[in-house]
Design a protein around this ligand. Structure first.
Ligand SMILES: O=C(O)C(=O)Cc1ccccc1
Length: 392
């Protein structure tokens, strides 16, 4: 099976690896009424786009028609030479919902190798997408910013392991918008080389989150644990180096891709564990009210008693349910200095607050809540408004 290599460290590596396939700049975007796009989007070559736009596929051009009086015969009562559907039509609203449900035209970047759980999440959201493995979270963001990928998928929290703080920080550092979420019940499998039994294992490799969530079973197995950047990377390492004494916690798809055996399924301590992933894109989606939407924001507050209580009240007052609150240190200004005349200068830690709430920005109660919050927040950014994913 052909394996995909990840986009390596930064934009230059990414461009050189993908450079053979497409040139994204200098192409006019041509949108056809049948929903096809070309010139910068996968699925239709630029050449075909230009031909179709000019109607070049018609059997006869106007100048080929027989002249009557020395001029080209342009007889308006004449039947058209070809049916109208072959000419470009103006855009309609349905053309603007750009991709089919299965995401077959989409390239989705994620951190890790093929077979990682992040790729599972991308495939849950867009079953026919083309996945773009990246070495680091930062590369997955950059791939979208540089138009090498259409969207990025990254884990943000898990029900047993908590938040993935690094990705909260990256959300703020980059200018991408949250356009969706994926809730994935993760099935941790214990994998090993074919023929190896569980008792032969001396150590187990995996992503730190997978090792932490399988703590009790690993203690029973009495094996050493080693962190690897992603679960599929751990599977590839054991397969390539034929490590007979080493097991891996990874997905069933990783077992298939790297030729390993599944020794145990649902290996984690807590079988109900769900990991939540975010889908990020260059442009926000238009919020709607015909299905349940969630909104994610980040803000900062002044120092003082009850300021966070006041911030949360803007949602409670409008009966808006909060699904998540996370605080992170402000990297640029981690300490706030306040002059306290009695005791000298006081220093406080300065925080960013991330909140997810169950309402669409198309609803007036959400707009009013944010208008209210803006009155006293020192900074406020809407990270995205997107349809809620149901756990299946
Ligand atoms: O390493 C992976 O496969 C990932 O996608 C990150 C991860 C690890 C463990 C649980 C969920 C996501």
């Amino acid at each position: 099976m052909a394996l995909k290599s990840p986009l390596l460290g930064g934009a230059a590596g990414a461009i050189s690896q993908l450079g053979h396939s497409r040139v994204w700049s200098n192409q006019a975007l041509v949108v056809f009424s049948d929903g096809e796009r070309s010139g910068g989007l996968p699925g239709l070559s630029p050449l075909r786009a230009i031909r179709s736009a000019k109607g070049e596929s018609s059997s006869k051009s106007a100048t080929e028609l027989q002249p009557v009086d020395g001029r080209a015969n342009v007889n308006i009562s004449r039947k058209p030479q070809k049916d109208l559907s072959s000419f470009p039509k103006p855009l309609s609203v349905s053309d603007l919902s750009s991709t089919p449900e299965d995401g077959s035209k989409l390239r989705i970047s994620f951190k890790g190798l093929s077979g990682s759980y992040s790729e599972d999440a991308a495939l849950k959201a867009y079953p026919s997408c083309e996945s773009v493995p990246c070495s680091e979270f930062e590369d997955a963001f950059k791939a979208v910013e540089l138009w090498l990928a259409d969207k990025a998928v990254l884990p943000i929290e898990s029900s047993s392991g908590g938040s993935i703080h690094r990705n909260y920080d990256l959300l703020l550092r980059h200018r991408l918008h949250i356009v969706g979420e994926v809730q994935l019940p993760v099935n941790f499998c214990l994998l090993a080389l074919p023929g190896v039994r569980m008792e032969q294992l001396k150590r187990v490799l995996s992503h730190p989150q997978a090792l932490a969530l399988s703590d009790a079973v690993l203690t029973k197995l009495n094996v050493a644990r080693e962190n690897v950047d992603d679960t599929a990377g751990a599977a590839q390492l054991v397969a390539l180096n034929e490590l007979e004494d080493t097991g891996v916690i990874a997905s069933a798809r990783a077992a298939e891709i790297y030729g390993l055996n599944i020794l145990a399924e649902r290996f984690q301590d807590n079988l109900d564990n769900i990991t939540r992933f975010l889908v990020l894109a260059r442009d926000p989606i238009i919020p709607r009210t015909d299905k349940q939407f969630k909104t994610s924001i980040v803000f900062t507050l002044d120092e003082g008693p009850g300021v966070l209580f006041k911030a949360l009240a803007v949602f409670a007052l409008r009966n808006i349910n909060l699904t998540k609150i996370e605080s992170r240190p402000q990297r640029k200004r981690p300490l706030r200095v306040v002059d306290d005349s009695n005791t000298g200068t006081a220093k406080y830690f300065d925080y960013l607050f991330y909140i997810d709430f169950e309402a669409s920005m198309a609803e007036s109660r959400a707009q009013n809540a944010l208008g209210h919050l803006q009155e006293f927040a020192t900074f406020l950014r809407v990270l995205g408004c997107y349809p809620m994913d149901k756990i299946m």
